[in-house]
Design a protein around this ligand. Structure first.
Ligand SMILES: CC(C)(COP(=O)(O)OP(=O)(O)OC[C@H]1O[C@@H](n2cnc3c(N)ncnc32)[C@H](O)[C@@H]1OP(=O)(O)O)[C@@H](O)C(=O)NCCC(=O)NCCS
Length: 219
């Protein structure tokens, strides 16, 4: 792709997840021209480590995207419900945001799988045949989303998690580090699966489960 064809991109957030996303983008430098990151704080460590400018805060960014031809990448992660990520998406959607879909060149996406705008599939992840990832879904390093899994928006599948074929993952669910989720079940909207859990049966909306086999956490 020529220099002129590289699309201009702003990273929203300057914390830990932003640094991972930037490295995924830079692994394929011909696709995007990163202008810098946006964060309410100075984030000097990120600016130094990534040799990248902090452009301003969210208010600056909303004005910038209204007048410039630019794409956005969400650099804010979440452990548990994606409250902060959803608030940012809602705010920028209201301003007509265009969300970049970020696929690390060393992830595998089946040609029959789909990823909605804003999806991020990070290094070593696998998204298998006919899996469908909703907008702003994050499939983190080394996670496996098996065939025919349907994932609603704003789900985070943490590093090393494995989702069996044909499973449904509801909006905003969080699947922790290294968990295993049985095939053909339902993980409810806003559910949280603890790290290392083995989920053998469907999980209700907003329920948190942990352990092997996974059981609801007592409130
Ligand atoms: C399930 C989880 C969200 C609960 O977090 P929390 O509400 O802060 O809970 P706590 O750490 O206070 O633990 C509460 C109890 O649950 C237990 N527990 C917590 N996580 C557990 C897990 N994954 N498996 C089994 N037990 C767990 C704790 O031992 C503790 O038990 P106790 O009351 O008998 O001492 C969290 O432990 C977890 O798994 N987070 C995922 C982390 C992750 O995926 N990070 C990836 C970042 S990219």
């Amino acid at each position: 792709m020529s220099e002129a064809a590289r699309r201009r991109l702003v990273i929203l957030g300057g914390g830990e997840h932003a640094r991972v996303v930037v490295e995924a983008i830079r692994a394929e430098p011909e696709a995007w021209d990163i202008l810098g990151f946006v964060d309410p704080e100075a984030r000097e460590e990120t600016a130094r480590a990534l040799r990248m400018n902090r452009l301003g805060d969210d208010e600056w960014a909303t004005q910038f995207i209204a007048r410039e031809d630019v794409w956005l990448a969400l650099g804010v992660g979440s452990v548990g419900p994606p409250t902060a990520r959803e608030a940012i998406v809602t705010r920028f959607d209201a301003k007509g945001a265009r969300w970049a879909t970020i696929i690390h060149p060393r992830a595998w996406i089946s040609p029959t799988a789909s990823v909605e705008p804003g999806g991020q599939v990070l290094v070593g992840a696998v998204v298998n045949a006919r899996a469908a990832l909703g907008a702003h879904t994050l499939v983190n390093s080394g996670a496996i989303v098996e065939h025919d899994v349907y994932v609603e928006p704003l789900v985070h599948i943490a590093p090393g998690a494995v989702i069996g074929g044909g499973t449904f993952i509801g909006k905003g669910a969080y699947l922790g580090l290294g968990c295993r989720v049985r095939d053909h079940i339902r993980v409810g909207r806003g559910a949280v699966v603890g790290m290392g859990a083995v989920v053998v049966a469907s999980v209700a909306d907003a329920e948190t489960v942990v352990g092997v086999p996974a059981r609801p956490v007592e409130k």
